[in-house]
Design a protein around this ligand. Structure first.
Ligand SMILES: Cc1cc2nc3c(=O)[nH]c(=O)nc-3n(C[C@H](O)[C@H](O)[C@H](O)COP(=O)(O)OP(=O)(O)OC[C@H]3O[C@@H](n4cnc5c(N)ncnc54)[C@H](O)[C@@H]3O)c2cc1C
Length: 457
């Protein structure tokens, strides 16, 4: 569908209100600005408003609503299904709002909403501080946090959302408000894992933790030993200390074989870390052992090369209580061979500090120890996508009987609305009330974890 709203003159009015630039489809750099991490997303918005100030955000919300156009919000653009763009809509593009202020005494970071994990950690590291991020440096902190935010420090410090102390939010009626423990605490509760339902976040404040080096890397095992390694791993994680969070899964070595990987990160003393990870080396024949002390900043940059922007991606997710025989069999029998050298099965480890947060303390509801599985299909643009999508969907279905109902909202497709409801569990009704309070007209409807109000359906 092509846009029906090419009244350049009307858009000139919006452009005149902005400090930042407005990009329209006829502009030479529109396509480059429009491009998301996932090259598969082809959605063509009518305009992209690159906001540089809070006032730009307020103007764009008010103007877009007055014109009756759909609105979407974009940070670093990593969400896989492209919800940050709407066909014929106006995009609030926050990717250039990148201010960061670290308070080393209070151990907090104040960031604007375009800041990525790598940028935040790079700034905090100068003070020997860090907080939970995802595994890849280029992912936006805002989107990550709004859905939860699993990463290598989850066992020690909880989810990214658990470290969110406050946020500045522009609501659907263009009001700027603070969500904190004192002001609008209900809104802060909702932002901690409740998706982008309630407004445009313009800045966030995080708790930081002392952290210099971590012990981290990859341990690679031959596929023939996958069953044994996974069985041992399953036993091992039931008693893993908080400081140790272990990602696992399958990947293909560039120009080499597909292997099972364990990727531990230990964030306490390096000596204790060596002891803690020692059993992992006995689970099978370790083909490659890359464990070493690295800065957290280096760690989250180490996988960047495997996930380039612009490739085509499709993803399915399931959250498993543990790796029981049936799920290990499904991963091996249906997951392998991986559909392409760039595809992977990536399993995040949720435990420790993240599991000790009560179900109703934040909007993020799955607080039992679990393993969040990402089935990542990736291919070059010229390939036929069907076989990749089918691979991820079939494997996801095979895992589903053993998984928690729902799933990780940051990775759920827009079509999976029922799973979003189940993911919020007993927090769902409270989230609907918040939606009714802060966005009754459902302006933020393309968001991750969309809460559909009855009267808007
Ligand atoms: C390569 C890759 C690695 C990943 N690794 C991890 C990982 O290790 N752990 C993990 O938990 N997740 C991971 N994810 C998932 C990631 O958390 C989500 O895709 C997240 O939505 C990305 O945030 P973003 O700001 O970059 O996304 P965007 O595409 O910019 O935004 C996604 C959505 O978030 C909302 N949003 C973003 N910014 C704002 C804002 N300022 N105000 C209101 N709403 C907003 C909007 O609904 C928007 O549509 C990964 C994704 C990719 C592609």
């Amino acid at each position: 569908m092509t846009t029906t709203y090419h009244h350049t003159a009307a858009f000139n009015d919006l452009a005149a209100l902005l400090t930042g630039q407005l990009f329209l489809p006829q502009d030479a750099d529109y396509e480059q600005v429009r491009q998301l991490f996932n090259g598969r997303v082809k959605t063509q918005p009518a305009a992209i408003a690159r906001c540089l100030t809070v006032q730009d955000v307020i103007h764009t919300i008010r103007w877009t609503r007055a014109q009756g156009l759909p609105l979407s919000v974009r940070g670093a653009g990593h969400e896989i299904f492209g919800r940050s763009l709407r066909e014929d809509g106006v995009v609030i593009d926050l990717s250039q709002m990148k201010a960061i202020a670290i308070d080393p005494v209070a151990r907090t970071a104040q960031i604007q909403s375009g800041v990525t994990a790598g940028e935040l950690i790079g700034a905090a590291e100068k003070y020997g501080l860090a907080t939970t991020t995802g595994t890849i440096s280029s992912v936006g902190m805002t989107g990550l946090t709004l859905g939860g935010g699993y990463g290598p420090l989850t066992g020690a410090y909880g989810l990214a959302a658990d470290n969110l102390l406050s946020a500045q939010v522009v609501t659907a009626d263009g009001q700027l408000m603070t969500a904190s423990g004192e002001k609008h605490p209900d809104l802060l509760w909702g932002l901690r894992g409740g998706g982008g339902n309630f407004g445009v976040i313009v800045s966030l404040e995080y708790r930081l933790h002392p952290l210099t080096k971590v012990l981290s890397g990859l341990l690679l095992y031959p596929l023939e030993q996958a069953r044994t390694v996974f069985r041992n791993f399953n036993e091992f994680i039931s008693t893993a200390p908080d400081e140790l969070t272990v990602r696992s899964g399958f990947l293909q070595i560039p120009d080499g074989p597909t292997v099972l990987f364990l990727s531990p990160t230990y964030c306490g003393s390096l000596e204790m870390g060596e002891q803690a990870i020692a059993p992992l080396r006995t689970f099978g024949t370790v083909l490659v052992d890359q464990m070493q002390p690295v800065s957290y900043h280096e760690l989250i940059h180490s996988s960047d090369a495997f996930t380039p922007k612009g490739r085509h991606y499709y993803l399915q997710t399931q959250s498993l209580k543990r790796l029981q025989t049936e799920t290990i069999e499904a991963l091996i029998e249906q997951g392998l061979p991986l559909p392409s050298p760039f595809s992977a099965i990536n399993i995040h480890h949720f435990h420790g500090a993240a599991s000790r947060v009560g179900v109703s303390e934040t909007a993020f509801a799955l607080r039992q120890d679990h393993l969040m599985v990402e089935l990542i299909a990736a291919w070059e643009p010229q390939d036929d996508e069907q076989r990749y999508i089918q691979w991820a969907q079939n494997l996801s279905q095979a895992l589903a009987p053993y998984a928690f109902k729902g799933g990780y909202i940051n990775l759920l497709d827009e079509q999976e609305q029922e799973r979003v409801r189940l993911a919020f569990g007993s927090n769902y009704e409270r989230l609907l009330d918040l939606k009714q309070k802060y966005d009754p007209d459902d302006v933020f409807r393309s968001t991750i974890g969309h809460l559909a109000l009855q009267h808007n359906n």
